[in-house]
Write a new protein. Sequence first.
Length: 568
Amino acid sequence: MEWWTGLWLNEGFAQFMEFEAAHHIFPDWKLWETFVQDIMLGSAFVKDAMLTSHPIEVVVNHPQEADEIFDAISYHKGSSMVRMLSEFLGRDVFFRGVHDYLVKFSYKNTVTEDLWDALEKASGQKVKEMADSWTKQVGFPLVTVQQNADGKCVLLQERFFADTRSNSSDNSLWDVPLTFCTSDDPSAIKRIGIWDAKTSSLKSTTTFTTPLMAGDVINKQLQVPVGPKGWIKLNPSQSGFYLVNYSPALWKQLQIPVKEQLFSVPDRVSLLNSVFTFARAGVLELPVALDFTSAYVDESASLCWKEISRNMGYYSNLFHDEPFYPELQRYIRALFAQVMKQLGWDAAAKSTETAADEGEFRKTVIYRLGLANDQDVIKEAKRRFHAYTGGDSSALSADLRGAVFDIEVSYGDASNAKLLQELHNKSDFAEERSDCLHSMGSISGASAKLQVLEWAVENVRSQDIHYPFNSVASDKIGVQVAWQFLQDKWDLLAKKYSAMTLGSIVCGVVSRFQSEASAVEVEAFMVGKDTSGYKRRLDVSLEGVRLKSTAFQRDREALAKWLKERAV
């Protein structure tokens, strides 16, 4: 790259190739499914939906500013953008263009436009015109599908925000590659082409507002098949970097192919992720998302259960101290009961690839059930924890170790944290030490949590120190303990750790708060503090706190009512 402005192309492309190369050698690992869930849905979309996001290609005026753009936007949105281009152009054409680009500029520096030129020559398409709308402006589009009475569809486009109250004055538009499939032939992906909303709207008028409706050329191609099981789904395989919302009737219809597993795993994961993302943003009511989970009761894919677990964890943390929290735990236990019965605690002898996937699957299910107060899981976790810390290494597989540590420490007494501290100090295995640090702060009680932090500052390497802080701050009492410790020991911590490490500690703790008052308190304390190495990350954390505060106020009554109705 010629300058730091092009950082995304260097790092985003490198991450894309990590997955592409590994997938080419080990296709059975299904790494692109993991990419969709963890890189795109779980990271890039989350960060890019915030007001604190920035364009992929951000102007850097000084090298010191570059540190703060080594983030999820440059890496995760950048690699998602490259994947979208490769899917749109076709892998063969895309890599032919990349080959020409690498040959032409070998041993030279480049700018983003050099890659666009190479891809345009290889494909014969206007790549730069499309790509600029994705690299030079912040955010991503929400495409909404509205269905008329005759089954015909109308598309609307607008920028998506994590809080819908933020979009009143934003008229950003993107050139969106549109694909879809329908119930007539679920496996056939139909290509519409590029919805050049940004270009066409600017040509047609000097003023426009969003959401912008697609023209007849696009809308006339979209028709929901007639019949009780008719449905349409845009953006199959989540190849495009945009989210799709549907009318309530279509969301209900989409449960049918999910239940019948007609969609690929990335599609089943992305639908689940989308419906909860829209609920958190206030686009959909939370009960719509919760009802959608019923389509996954017989789900067999571990990534889908991982997505369910993430969302159940979000609402469990948000409403942990509410009177209806036991009902939420009961719902989670019922949701995961059948899949737990199928998996059990121990794996059968299988191939390495299958065993690795099942190990993660089992960990996800046991962890979520343990935190949902499943007594059978808690009892077995306790037995295995004490057998393992007592010297029986066969009592816990590496997959389950972290989950069992978390469960037993959360429900046990202060002695469990000390056991993990002792294990950390004597262990020769980095993964085992990491599991100890991730779990020891889950201990209950303010004094026990404070002891963990005091021990950590004296005994834990700087590159790992944010783990025990995050662990301590994992509940309402703990986040107050960790925040007070940060304030009391600020001068010591600022001297002991680099700006990047201190930023990881501060942002990790701050992100666990859930109220506007806490965000204001943090901002007041940070006045006059040198945050030059992590200001952007701190702003993201504070925005996340305010988003949770909004969700709490908006969804509290709706969730309580939904749980009460289920109990009747």
